[in-house]
Design a protein around this ligand. Structure first.
Ligand SMILES: [Zn+2]
Length: 261
């Protein structure tokens, strides 16, 4: 019985962290301080009352509108909170009350904030990717996977691979195909997947990005042939998926190959 209560508590913790991530994302994009001014409506500046500031629940209670100016509140807010809640639950389920739970919570929190900033502004700030890389490498000493050596090799290989692709693309086509932020992000992601998980993760991220492009294209957000979606969120998502399920990817691959015969 106790265990169920903890799942509820962990989900709530994830939602509250998500709420904080929203503040970080919004304030970074608007270049404000994280602690001041207090939470307010981005349209009219209306200061949020305590009951308008509850993760997920307030969005539902307010039916997605500001109580003052009736402007629609972006769906991204509850989405960030929900993603954070689900990740916290997943980590609790996998690692329980352990150091790994907290270390991954910090690293994945950084990835959520970086991904949504990238999604909204096409920028991956160094202030997130570089400390993220440092922490991912440092934490590899305590995390159950992929091991310290594999983490350092993964970070180095991921960084170099993306650097070569970026320079090569620019040399061949004269335009940027990969952002410099993605190259730096690979330090952190390579440390998380390890050297063995690096290529499978990149492969899955490319599949996810392809599906994302089709989705955005169908929604009319980008025109055909234009690669106007950021890659960082897909790399991050693939890395989180790899940490949770990577040990089963080869089984799935073999099963898919078996189907095609
Ligand atoms: Zn408002």
């Amino acid at each position: 019985m106790m265990a169920y209560w903890f799942y509820g508590f962990v989900f709530l913790l994830g939602l509250c962290l998500g709420s904080f991530y929203n503040v970080c994302i919004l304030r970074y994009l608007k270049k404000e301080s994280i602690l001041w001014p207090p939470s307010h409506c981005p349209s009219c500046g209306h200061k949020l009352k305590w009951w308008e500031n509850i993760p997920l629940l307030s969005f539902i209670l307010l039916r997605g509108k500001c109580s003052h100016c009736q402007k629609k509140i972006s769906l991204l807010y509850p989405l960030v909170e929900l993603i954070s809640g689900i990740i916290a639950l997943g980590l609790w389920w996998q690692y329980g009350w352990s150091l790994a739970f907290f270390l991954y919570l910090i690293l994945f929190g950084l990835l959520i904030v970086a991904s949504f900033i990238d999604l909204l502004s096409f920028l991956l700030p160094d202030i997130l990717t570089l400390p993220g890389a440092f922490l991912a490498l440092l934490f590899s000493f305590w995390l159950p996977q992929p091991g310290v050596k594999s983490a350092f090799l993964g970070a180095g290989a991921g960084f170099l691979l993306f650097l070569v692709i970026q320079k090569g693309y620019k040399w061949a086509k004269g335009i940027d195909g990969l952002g410099g932020g993605d190259v730096k992000l690979m330090l952190m992601l390579g440390a998380l997947t390890g050297i063995k998980g690096l290529l499978p993760m990149i492969f899955v991220s490319a599949l996810l990005a392809l599906m994302g492009s089709v989705f955005f294209w169908l929604k009319g957000k980008v025109s055909k042939g234009e690669s106007a979606i950021p890659y960082g969120p897909f790399l991050s998502l693939a890395t989180v998926l790899y940490v949770f399920t990577g040990d089963k990817w080869w089984d799935i691959y073999r099963w898919l190959m078996g189907l095609s015969y």
